[in-house]
Design a protein around this ligand. Structure first.
Ligand code: SF4
Length: 432
């Protein structure tokens, strides 16, 4: 066959859940591309449909079932792969769902290419292996920001969380691997790298190096321009880490530090490793190094037994504190976790109400924080053009847009913020 008219095989992805899952899907997609596949949108006809699932999202069961049905409709002859956390936990249930060809656990998903070659009907590959597969990087996210996965799994036992069961104990790539991945990403044009994992503060290489050593090594790479960290557990945030981040001159003014609740009773029941006083001091410590920093946090509302007063403690803490990027989740019962056995589950209408209350507060806080940026400068990495404006993220993770006749894609410029329009900062590039 003439090579030029050879029809490429197609693969479609659908990813549920966390940023880490998206990072992993990006890396697996890259693997398909390297093997000659074309990545098409989910819903288009494909030879392989890859569903990267999550157990944390509500109704994982029915989302998975719906996605399989959609995949079958769009690609009746395609192979359907169900992978990730939900596959790891509920392989038996998925086996009962019609049309699935391959079920892959959290480690096995990286070997999808090998399994696809097999002719057998339904394959299930689940292993609780401690190996770390895929120093995963992704080319997703507008080709300007890349996620570099440095760690997976978790050794904590938060009462509400299924992740330690689904992803196993903490494991990490080596600093050398991280460096070589970061160099690859920087050389292929990515201006910003986000270090991700399930619990990156607990990063530890087999030779005992910590996150601070990895950050030092990655920021020492001359080609790396900007660095961000994914979520960092409060108890793992250290002065040493902040010093290295600050001295690198490459770290962006944004920290995501999960809070979950501001009530000490709830934090204790959740088996979190800090109390609200600790959390407050950690924010203060971070601010002493990065005074302009934006803070993001995950918050769970409606945890079993959460009283109105305990919810108000969280509300007031958020209202009076510096967190502006809220990620609010209604508590969702996960079979097999300690919290699922608690009897005082909160009614879903109450949870919905509390979610709404915090969401409104979050919007107001973000708005206020954004307005405070008017008249100030920030370095913006531009990603894409939307309705005639170039848009990107400021160092402190605010959406910024500017008018420009030049192609700004993947360029970093200092921008003076002039106004806030529809939740985005309108700015002007500062020309020397
Ligand atoms: S730190 Fe807690 S919430 Fe986060 S992954 Fe580990 S067990 Fe789950």
């Amino acid at each position: 066959m003439d090579k030029s008219i050879e029809i490429k095989k197609k693969v479609a992805f659908h990813t549920l859940g966390c940023r880490l899952n998206f990072s992993e899907s990006g890396s697996i997609a890259q693997g398909f591309v390297e093997r000659g596949y074309e990545v098409v949108d989910f819903g288009e006809k494909a030879d392989v449909v890859f569903l990267n699932t999550c157990t944390v999202t509500d109704g994982a069961d029915s989302s998975c079932r719906n996605l399989i049905r959609k995949a079958q409709n769009s690609s009746p002859e395609g192979k359907i792969v169900v992978a990730g956390c939900y596959a790891q936990m509920e392989a038996d249930k998925i086996k009962q769902m019609q049309g699935v060809d391959l079920i892959l656990g959290t480690s096995e998903k990286y070997k999808v290419f090998d399994y696809l070659e097999s002719e057998s009907e339904l394959q299930v590959k689940i292993d609780k292996s401690a190996d770390f597969f895929g120093a995963a990087t992704t080319t997703a996210d507008s080709h300007t920001r890349a996620f570099l996965k440095i760690q997976d799994g978790c050794n904590y036992v938060c009462s509400f969380c299924i992740i330690p069961f689904a992803r196993g104990r903490s494991k990490a790539i080596s600093i050398d691997e991280a460096k070589s991945e970061a160099v690859k990403l920087a050389k292929s044009g990515f201006k910003e790298i986000v270090l991700t994992g399930v619990n990156i503060g607990e990063y530890e290489s087999t030779s005992g190096e910590k996150l601070v050593d990895l950050v030092q090594a990655v920021t020492d790479i001359p080609e790396v321009h900007r660095l961000r960290l994914g979520s960092v557990e409060p108890n793992t945030m250290t002065k040493e880490l902040l010093e290295v981040l600050k001295n690198s001159g490459k770290y962006q003014d944004h920290f995501h530090i999960p809070l979950q609740s501001a009530s000490n009773e709830i934090l204790t029941s959740m088996r979190r490793k800090y109390r609200i006083e600790d959390y407050r001091s950690i924010l203060e410590m971070v601010k002493s190094y990065f005074p302009q920093a934006a803070f993001g946090a995950d918050v769970i509302v409606g945890y079993p037994g959460e009283t109105e007063e305990q919810f108000l403690e969280t509300f007031n803490f958020l209202r009076n504190g510096p967190i502006t990027h809220f990620h609010i989740f209604p508590y969702s019962k996960r079979k097999g976790t300690t919290a699922a056995k608690l009897t005082d589950q909160i009614q879903s209408a109450v949870k919905k109400d509390r979610v709404r209350t915090l969401m409104l507060l979050g919007e107001a806080k973000l708005d206020e924080f954004s307005k405070n940026m008017i008249g100030k400068n920030s370095q913006v990495l531009f990603e894409q053009q939307v309705d005639g404006y170039w848009e990107g993220y400021s160092s402190n993770y605010l959406r910024v847009k500017v008018k420009s006749d030049f192609n700004l894609k993947n360029e970093i410029y200092p921008v003076l913020m002039k106004d806030l329009v529809g939740g985005k900062l309108l700015g002007e590039i500062i020309v020397d």
